[in-house]
Design a protein. Sequence first.
Length: 568
Amino acid sequence: MGFFSGMIIGIAIGITLIIAFAKQESTRSKRRTDLAKTIAKFARLTVEDSRKLLPENFYPSWVVFSQKQKLSSLTWLNSLLDKIWPFVDEAASELIKNNVEPILEQYRPLILSSLTFSTLTLGTVAPQFTGISIVEEGSGPTGVTMEFDMQWDGNPNIVLDIKTRVGVVLPVQVKNIGFTGVFRLIFKPLVNDFPAFGAVLFSLREKKALDFTLKVIGGDISALPGVSEAIEETIRDAIEDSITWPVRKIIPIIPGDYSNLELKPVGTLDVKLVQAKNLTNKDLIGKSDPFAVVFVRPLRDRTKTSKTINNQLNPIWNEHFEFIIEDASTQHLTIRIFDDEGIQAAELIGCAQVSLKELEPGKVKVVWLKLVKDLEVHRDNKYRGEVHLELLYCPYGVEHTLKSPFHTDYSLTTFEKTLKSDTEDDDISAASSRRKSNVIVRGVLSVTVISAEDLPVVDLMGKADPFVVLSLKKSEKKQKTRVVNESLNPVWNQTFDFVVEDGLHDMLIVELWDHDTFGKEKMGKVIMTLTKVILEGEYDETFDLDDAKSGKINLHLRWAAQHKYRDP
């Protein structure tokens, strides 16, 4: 939440006042101006330049040149912060309150109708810096980057006035805050005028730990199911997105245009939410009604919600979402799966994350992510199910390298393999996104069922009589292989063709059955999208069987496109 950024804002205000005074003094002295220019030139020195100028034994004890080595002594800085903290608290508290309330509104959960501060002070305990490092990556001739390790066991007085949708108004106190993280300060651009840099950028580079408790003043928050979880989630989301890197706050020191330092999109992430399996059941009667919430940044207008699948612990969504990416090296995709409880607050089944730096630009990555209770706690080993995603990251400016295998006029920038438009200029408008989702790809899917291996035993003789049934989710047409008698490692080598009307939004279902004189028994299944075969044209793959103790099936898939058009 913003009170963490407020501490940095407060400190930055103090620094700015000092710099402003120094700047005023510098105009009265030519010598000071010359000194500032000299400092600016020294700031441009690289580590190698500094080592050439001075032997290592001439460095002061606090100077460090290794990429992430921390300074050995921070007593002077923490002592200074203790002294100025009352002034920081006084100057920053009202500023934080006025700036954070609009931020909280962006993340306010639907269960709450309002969320405001009635009281906000930072308390008497100043944060402590436990390390400082100079980051060589990102620093250079145009700027200097420093990172501050900070720990705060604070005693702020923070009271939130919340109002629920059912009209209940409660004052909620945020207590026992414990925070550990790394703040990044970037001094950029370097200039010839004092103080040698034009602006300061700050961001929470890494949130290592955040603990706090919520207490209703004069009551028990547990009496309102879902409210405590909703407020805690709001606070964590606000911290995660409002000040966490790559989001950065810019404080101008010298008047100028610093729009080039602002956060800008660098690409798009296409996500296909395929399915989930073995979800934990949250209902006493029947099964959960799962839906998914997916986001890169938890802003309300950039968070996507899937449809609800009623009474199902193995839901199939097959839904496509698109997200704007600002920094693929540090951002991640988060998915939360809930049980829909109607008018009551939805109950979390589990959540998962995948780092975008694991994705190769222009290549589809298929992932199965295990769900956990809390992404902040790594001790939770309880199995809550898995979720199946297909991910495609496309940086801006490299679209020419991502071509459709079907037609040279088609640009492959998303799962939807967007049809190039004479008027489209690769913008990220909502109209463009709608065009992508309406693209229809038709073709013929050829599936060769090669073989299976290590199938589970289903009869008394220790064997099985397996056969395979193939079908498309959007079609009623089914095709099946011959039966291979008494084998747990059958070989079929049979090919089947399907006419596909909407390949990007259809799914292939492969079911393995055991044939018996008195009926049949399902041995396992595989459900897959057609994304990979459409993008690659043809491939072989071995799939693990779902809903089976063991077993794999070997398939060859091939795609022959007919034509492609936009659905009006």
